[in-house]
Write a protein that binds this ligand. Structure first.
Ligand code: MSP
Length: 472
């Protein structure tokens, strides 16, 4: 029987254009989706945009546009960026889609009817940058550590979600890995947070935010933007609300995100699922946060890198490679143009590109035909283990080890100094076989390059082609 594999990225806020943080998550999800398709799994890969809330309404006003106009434009930028990067998502969900909105209303109504949502009052701090409620304890010198802004004081009538009811059950599920939170240290963080503070009821509606989904039973309130957003993981599968049957792809097998939104995913989202009588997610995978030259990306610092900036300089596949190999998947990473340039030249121009060029050149020049087979050889097991553990950079490491071994063989045996065709063939045939194997393993990461190499090295008479990665 085919395994199913449902993988999601967060849906990105449209208050900003896509940058390499979003791009990193999306490419990683794409690599995993492509890998699972290659394994023969039935894959559904979802991404999209998060389009409601005060923050976005504010941005639209600043731009002198209506909210609709504004969100349409930015959502289009995300779609386009992912198309350019060869992202193989099966659906692109937008929270302003009327079908999503009516499912959200049905879900909230269901939760309200069963007594999990009740009218109350929220008094406390709110960070608009996070669109999250804050404790004094979350702040550093009175400021939100992520946005360096002072949270506003909120005091208003609100509908609250009875999250406290699900605290114990969730804690147990996370502890026993029924909801797997990875890497392990992130699991420990969330477990100790839940043990220390328990789960409090959470405000689920806003009275003063017009740009949101109205609560069906009280139109003076709109849905809290996160409640609306989380349900994308269901509506993106075509779910129309609790009256509907559970989508075949649910629960999600891997939900990727970075640490800024782990807490809400491990608590509010899972509690909502319990309230909706649906299974919780199988795995939340938390990858690291990117810094640029040691600093957080921000408009005011002017160090935001857009995916198109990278594509213009390095091309699509190299951009995918540079991001995936930039840091151990799961750890924070510091990136810079200088490091990207160096890595491009070392791994792609001088590494993979040069090897392919040398080998195909020698084969063509000496008119050697060879017999190679498809199938990725012995290293497949290590590679599969790395991919299974979501060690994406580790999988790339394995591939580059093979490439280095090929280079060493060539340097040691110098086929270009030989005259005897049989001798040359003896050296080049296994190397060509390795190159073809590498192409197979590389295909989730660099689909176009892998395809080019596979085509080139599947011919009995291999011919040289244009260089894959001209040096920068
Ligand atoms: N809209 C919410 C998510 C709702 S999901 C139901 C949101 N959007 S966001 O636009 O701020 O995107 C957050 C996600 O973008 C992070 O979880 C991460 O996946 C990615 N990244 C944004 N900046 C990043 C870095 N600097 N580094 C790595 N990834 C980060 O939160």
């Amino acid at each position: 029987m085919k395994n199913k594999f449902y993988i999601t990225t967060p849906i990105y806020y449209v208050n900003a254009s896509p940058h390499i943080g979003h791009t990193y998550t999306t490419i990683a999800a794409d690599v995993l989706a492509r890998y699972h398709r290659y394994l023969g799994d039935e894959v559904f890969f979802l991404t999209g945009t998060d389009e409601h809330g005060a923050k976005i309404a504010e941005k639209a006003a600043e731009a002198g546009k209506t909210e609709e106009q504004f969100v349409n434009e930015v959502a289009q930028e995300f779609k386009l960026a992912w198309q350019t990067l060869n992202i193989s998502n099966n659906n692109f969900i937008r929270t302003t889609d009327p079908k999503h909105m009516s499912a959200v209303q049905a879900a909230l109504q269901f939760m309200y009817d069963r007594g999990d949502i009740y009218l109350g009052k929220y008094e406390g701090l709110y960070c608009r940058g996070c669109e999250q409620f804050k404790n004094e304890k979350d702040l550093v010198n009175g400021l939100c550590p992520d946005h360096k802004t002072k949270p506003e004081i909120m005091s208003e009538e609100t509908y609250l979600f009875k999250m406290s009811k699900y605290g114990q059950e969730l804690l147990k599920k996370i502890k026993t890995d029924e909801i797997k939170v990875r890497p392990e240290e992130k699991k420990n963080e969330i477990v100790s947070f839940m043990e220390r503070e328990g789960l409090q009821d959470v405000s689920f509606s806003r009275k003063n935010v017009r740009w949101g989904i109205p609560l069906p039973w009280d139109k003076n309130h709109t849905s809290y933007v996160w409640a609306d957003a989380f349900l994308n993981y269901l509506t993106g599968l075509g779910w129309t609300g609790p009256q509907d049957t559970q989508p075949a792809m649910w629960p999600a097998d891997a939900q990727l995100m970075s640490k800024d939104i782990l807490r809400v995913h491990a608590t509010i989202w899972q509690a909502m699922l319990l309230s909706l009588n649906l299974p919780t997610a199988k795995e939340l995978f938390i990858h690291g946060f990117f810094l640029v030259d040691g600093q957080k990306m921000s408009k005011s610092l002017g160090n935001v890198i857009a995916p198109q900036d990278l594509i213009d300089k390095y091309g699509v596949d190299a951009t995918r490679y540079l991001l995936m190999s930039a840091t151990a998947f799961g750890s924070d990473g510091d990136i810079s143009w200088k490091k990207f340039d160096e890595k491009f030249n070392a791994d792609l121009a001088n590494g993979l590109g040069n090897l392919v060029a040398r080998v195909s050149n020698l084969l063509e020049k000496n008119n050697i035909t060879i017999d190679i087979k498809t199938g990725a050889g012995d290293f497949k097991t290590d590679y599969a283990a790395a991919m299974q553990e979501l060690q994406l950079d580790g999988a790339l490491e394995i591939i580059w080890k093979i490439l280095r071994l090929c280079d060493e063989t060539l340097s040691a045996r110098k086929p270009w100094e030989l005259k005897d065709e049989t001798e040359i063939k003896k050296i080049l045939e296994p190397v060509a076989q390795d190159i073809l194997n590498v192409a197979e393993l590389l295909s989730p990461f660099m689909p176009e390059t892998a395809e080019k190499i596979s085509r080139q090295f599947s011919e009995p008479q291999i011919k040289k082609t244009e260089p894959l990665f001209p040096r920068i």
